[in-house]
Design a protein around this ligand. Sequence first.
Ligand code: ZN
Length: 154
Amino acid sequence: MQLESMYQDIILDHYRNPVGKGELVPFDAEVHHVNPTCGDEITLRVRLSQGVIEEVGHIGQGCSISQASASVMVELVTGRNVTAALEIESAFLDLMQSRGRSVPDEEVLEDAVAFAGVSKYPARVKCALLPWMALKDAVLRVRTEEPTTHDKEK
Ligand code: ZN
């Protein structure tokens, strides 16, 4: 019970003071994802530098779970290379698909462990995953475009 309320505090804190909220300029990729079941929307921009996620910005609207999840995600992935960020994404996906049975690895997921309880509610899982799906989409777009950009520069 105590753990649950501590988790709720983390989610509420991020919801009230979201990290990375706003339009990021300049950016390398922009994606727009929606979660129709809840009405959550996110427009996410990323800027990468030599395979490292320099900055992430997001705008949109939605429930506290989706908004807080975006904020936690920005905190977790900023300054990491794409491979490491996608490893965290995959760990978070595993946690969210565990239906409350998985014990989250706090060293990997940090504040994102707060969403462990959400995994028990299938309807809310999509809310928590929305920003992560958007991030994955965005970084993979930059990655595919990267070689061409570098060729042009040289
Ligand atoms: Zn939602």
